[in-house]
Design a protein around this ligand. Structure first.
Ligand code: ATP
Ligand code: MG
Length: 1008
């Protein structure tokens, strides 16, 4: 059951080529069918041979032509180029044969070719033994349309191919075409010939190199090797690294230095599609040695070859016919003696060796051969011979290749390798600064880019191009700005081609395991992988070893458990993306089951979110909803934002289920929970209303009183509403009665705990304490009672509330004891939220009692703690209390800054000021007065008074009036006495003794 469905089909990036022999139908009538068949056979053979030569696959014969795919089943990173080269070759071949037919039979043939690149699903199709490998998808259809569009004798390709082949091929833009079946116009190009670029680096050069960064150590090693070579100690260096790390660029920079010193540097490179073309790099090297240009007439080329060779050593005269022939400029007067290919290769190798090691050559020679992993056998042998034979001459041979290759001379004592490493963080940052610039909007962007690309400069450059093209970046190279937050930036096709080709070189088991790992996660345990992939232990070990050796995975952890991680996040993305959705789904489900089985049950909660995610992607919605709810519970008030996100997820999942008791329960619980987090971390008011309506509807439908009470309480009896306290209190009373009716002690406690707050805000301290006492009674020492329904630990909150009531009524010692007790309970209940409220209150109390330093330090620490929780309600409260401590310390500017931040924090998240806004406002008025901004202080205090009066916020009213009296007095404005008298009246009425003392002191000050 743990064996995910294994379908061999895959999503792949490929280039599709259609070629037909046009006009064929009319011609068929004129010809004898047998002869006709022979002609067509010959055409097909020409086309098919060319496809094979460029390592494409003939997908099918279409009757009058063929369909070929490049990049599948084996991925080639240069599939678009291969298809284009093949097309050019086909046009040539067909033209030649067509000319022959025209001459000999008067028949007119021509071919048309269409090319397109993109994603296909490729795999075996059909059944009953008749299945065949084929590619399916829109990409295929578009290639066929290109063929239909093409003029006879031409090859047309789409923008998708052009983007990848640009530079390597000469393309003529034909403009946009409306194509049937394509949603938007397609830009079409005609393939005109081969382009200038031969390597990725040529393309980069054409675009303008980015600044060369890092590599000091590597250059130093090359310099050492060069110094030895100059001293007559010929040697060779191989730079080894994965594609795009910068092998070519390093040599480019080094070659520039060498040329700058006046040394001779000759370069050659093996080509991806060139394995079947013998001696290509050697030829290239010799042409550059003899300075033969592409356009040089044969005679001139021969003169150059002869001139340079004979100048070195007249003995080379005997070799000239062979060299002329090899370089494609045979001398008609001096034909080469007949030789078998092996003998010829040996003779040439020998010549090369003598050429390089000739004592007449004094100048140091640097030979660079790139991309040995693509080199043909013959060239490899020649190079080997050269390295062995060059001893004692001033020669440095530099080669580079990818890690999967090992050159024939790897054991030679004159040979050393440099493992070129990815760029480090600083180099990446510097490179990015050069490519995208340093606009402030880009701050922090290098971190994720470095992480994602693993410091591969090619990937970095391509990712930036992708970000530019998909509108995340605005502006131009070197001066970009971030246009929108980067979320789902895809893998650039160029990068995908490179990585997919690497993955495809794995054998099928390793590839399968890599794909499974990519589904399981960035990091996977060996056991989870085994359970999910269904391989035997030994088999898995072997395959993992291969994946580690090939640099795909590494052992992230050995103990207590072996864990494997992807070396590059991009590889994971590509391995993930190449699988069919159905296969991925099965693997996700298997991964979830493996996690549930392997993770000890006591740790299920903390991994629940991850399990839920796998289940969701695995299409197991009900289980996903259950695990998501579990994860949300666990995140709870320690990580309210995660909890909110998971409850939202649970709601969405529940919404996809058929309606039954469980899905209803999940639907209600997830909505109520979100509302509980809404007043903590913020949520759009409309969205809240919608959630409540939906929850109420379900509760009504099910006749679920328990839920109904909670919904109603959430709608009108919770913090964060702009209600008048009369209305708030009446709701609280009604809900309390209803909860008693429902009877569940947890609910009764939860409703009382949430409702009690309304009494405090209304300064009904008696009512407040009564409600809290009821909680203490009902709890009977059980700290878990009613926990997490609305407030996290009602009992801790009851103790804290009692402390607040005592504080307001002047009994500071009792207040302190209650706070202590409350803190103990919250810590015991592992409830950082309530703990933070208690600490806020403790700081305020310390300030009241004159322990200014203590108040500041507790308040500061509390701010840090709440920041970590990420809960806006608690954080705003903590910062406001810090402001209070600053006021007590007469640090008015700090107080003002803090209160502004507290207010902004709250409003940004909630969109409104909440029930504490008047309280914060009076603090602000005091801070303003403190810094001498008296007029503003008066206006602020007036607002606090007005707001308190309008909404019945009697707890903050006397304090606000006190602040107003103070501010007016400080400004020498009238009305100070009146405000203080009114403050005193309200304070007496509400029995706010502590406040009253302050008011009286202030009245004396004003009177005195
Ligand atoms: N040190 C560097 N500083 C800045 N840019 C670099 C550096 N190294 C490489 N690049 C850039 O990264 C891109 C890829 O580099 P390069 O072509 O040298 O990779 P490679 O290792 O030769 O890859 P391949 O194996 O595909 O040939 C180029 O555009 C190059 O200019
Ligand atoms: Mg290279």
């Amino acid at each position: 059951m743990n064996d995910p469905v294994k379908d061999d089909a895959e999503r792949k990036q490929v280039t599709v080529l259609f070629a037909d022999v046009s006009g064929s139908m009319d011609l068929a009538e004129q010809e004898d069918p047998e002869e006709w068949r022979e002609i067509m056979q010959r055409f097909f053979a020409l086309l098919a041979e060319t496809v094979t030569r460029f390592e494409g696959t003939v997908d099918k014969f279409t009757g009058d032509g063929i369909m070929a795919i490049f990049g599948a089943p084996i991925a080639h990173e240069d599939h678009p180029r291969r298809a284009c080269y093949a097309a050019l070759q086909m046009l040539d071949d067909v033209a030649e044969y067509a000319a022959e037919l025209r001459r000999e039979k008067g028949l007119n043939f021509s071919t048309r070719i269409g090319i397109n690149s993109g994603e296909v699903v490729a795999g075996a199709i059909g059944g009953g033994g008749g299945s065949a490998y084929t590619a399916i998808g829109h990409t295929v259809g578009l290639a066929q349309r290109m063929e239909a569009l093409a003029e006879p004798g031409k090859a047309y390709l789409t923008e998708s191919t052009a983007e990848l082949a640009h530079g390597y091929l000469d393309l003529r833009d034909l403009g946009e075409f409306e194509i049937k079946g394509a949603s938007r116009p397609v830009e079409v190009f005609e393939l005109a010939g081969v382009g200038q670029a031969r390597s990725r680096l040529d393309l980069a050069r054409e675009r303008g190199f980015s600044q060369f960064v890092g590599r000091e150590g590597d250059i130093a090693r090359l310099e050492e090797a060069l110094a030895r070579a100059k001293g007559g100690e010929a040697n060779a260096v191989g730079v080894v690294a994965e594609p795009g790390i910068g092998k070519s660029r390093l040599y480019h920079e080094f070659a520039q230095r060498c040329r700058g010193e006046g040394l001779e540097v000759f370069e050659a490179q093996a080509q991806a599609h060139g394995k079947s073309i013998p001696f290509m790099p050697i030829l290239q090297m010799l042409r550059s040695f003899y300075a033969i240009g592409d356009q040089d007439p044969e005679q001139m080329a021969r003169e150059k070859i002869a001139g340079r060779s004979l100048l070195l050593d007249p003995a080379f005269a005997d070799d000239l016919p062979l060299v002329f022939d090899f370089l494609g400029v045979p001398d008609p007067e001096r034909p080469v003696p007949k030789m078998n290919p092996e003998g010829r290769g040996r003779a040439l190798g020998d010549f090369l060796c003598r050429l390089v090691s000739n004592p007449a050559r004094r100048k140091t020679l640097v030979l660079i051969v790139e991309d040995l992993h693509w080199i043909d056998e013959g060239s490899q042998m020649m190079l080997h011979g050269l390295i062995e034979g060059m001893g004692g001459t001033p020669t440095l041979v530099l080669v580079n290749y990818r890690p999967e290759h090992t050159p024939a001379w790897s054991e030679s004592p004159v040979y050393e390798t440099i493992d070129l490493q990815p760029l480090n963080r600083d180099d990446t940052a510097q490179l990015l600064c050069d490519i995208i610039g340093c606009d402030p909007s880009l701050d922090g962007i290098d971190e994720p880019i470095h992480e994602r690309t693993g410091g591969n400069p090619f990937f970095i450059e391509e990712i930036v191009r992708e970000l530019d093209e998909s509108g995340y970046l605005e502006g131009e190279r070197g001066t970009y700005r971030l246009a929108k937050p980067i979320e789902d930036a895809g893998v650039p096709v160029t990068v995908q081609a490179v990585l997919a080709a690497r993955i495809d070189r794995l054998d099928s088991e390793a590839k399968h395991l890599l794909q499974v790992a990519s589904v399981v996660g960035k990091e996977v345990s060996g056991e989870a992988l085994q359970l999910t992939a269904g391989l035997g232990e030994d088999q898995q070990e072997a395959v993992l070893g291969a994946l580690i050796d090939a640099g795909f995975l590494y052992e992230a952890e050995l103990y207590p458990q072996r864990r494997f991680a992807f070396r590059h996040p991009l590889t994971r993305e590509v391995a993930y993306g190449t699988q069919l959705a159905s296969q991925r789904e099965a693997t996700h489900a298997a991964a979830a089951r493996a996690m549930i089985e392997l993770i000890p049950p006591e740790r299920h909660d903390e991994r629940a979110a991850q399990i839920a995610d796998h289940l969701k992607q695995g299409g197991e919605t009900l289980d996903a909803a259950r695990w998501s709810a579990r994860g949300a519970h666990w995140a709870g008030h320690s990580r309210p934002r995660d909890a909110m996100r998971l409850w939202h997820e649970t709601m969405e999942l529940a919404g996809r289920l058929e309606v039954d008791e469980e899905s209803d329960a999940l639907a209600i619980a997830s909505r109520l929970a979100q509302i509980q987090f809404a007043w903590r971390v913020g949520m759009d008011l409309e969205e809240q209303a919608l959630l409540l309506d939906e929850a109420e509807e379900i509760a009504d439908r099910r006749g679920d009183l328990h839920s109904k009470v909670l919904v109603r309480m959430s709608a009108s009896g919770r913090p964060g509403l702009q209600l008048h306290t009369d209305e708030w209190l009446s709701q609280v009373k009604e809900m309390t009665a209803l909860s008693d009716q429902a009877g569940d002690p947890h609910l009764r406690v939860a409703i009382r705990a949430a409702g009690a707050y309304a009494y405090l805000i209304a300064a009904d301290f008696g009512g407040f304490e009564r409600a809290l006492d009821e909680i203490v009674d009902l709890a009977d020492g059980d700290i878990t009672i009613g926990s997490g329904i609305i407030l996290n630990t009602p009992l801790a909150w009851a103790e804290m509330g009692k402390g607040m009531a005592r504080r307001e009524q002047g009994d500071l010692e009792a207040a302190e004891a209650h706070f202590e007790r409350s803190l103990e309970i919250s810590v015991e209940a592992d409830d950082p939220e309530t703990a933070s409220w208690v600490r806020s209150n403790q700081a305020g109390l310390m300030a009241l009692r004159g322990d200014i330093e203590g108040a500041l330090s507790v308040a500061r620490r509390n701010c840090e703690l709440t920041e970590r929780i990420g809960d806006v309600f608690s954080r705003s409260l903590a910062i406001a209390n810090l402001a209070w401590a600053h006021l007590a310390a007469e640090e008015f500017q700090e107080a003002l800054d803090a209160i502004d931040e507290a207010d902004r924090t709250y409003r940004e998240a909630m969109g409104i000021g909440g029930e504490m806004e008047a309280w914060r406002s009076q603090l602000r008025a005091r801070a303003l007065a403190g810094v001498g901004r008296n007029e503003e202080a008066i206006a602020e205090a007036e607002w606090a008074v007005r707001t308190s009066e309008e909404r019945g916020l009697y707890w903050s009213l006397p304090i606000a009036l006190l602040a107003l009296g103070r501010a007016r007095h400080a400004a020498g404005r009238p009305g100070a006495v009146e405000a203080l008298e009114e403050a005193e009246r309200v304070a007496r009425e509400t029995n706010a003794i502590t406040c009253l003392l302050d008011i009286e002191a202030q009245r004396e000050l004003v009177a005195g």
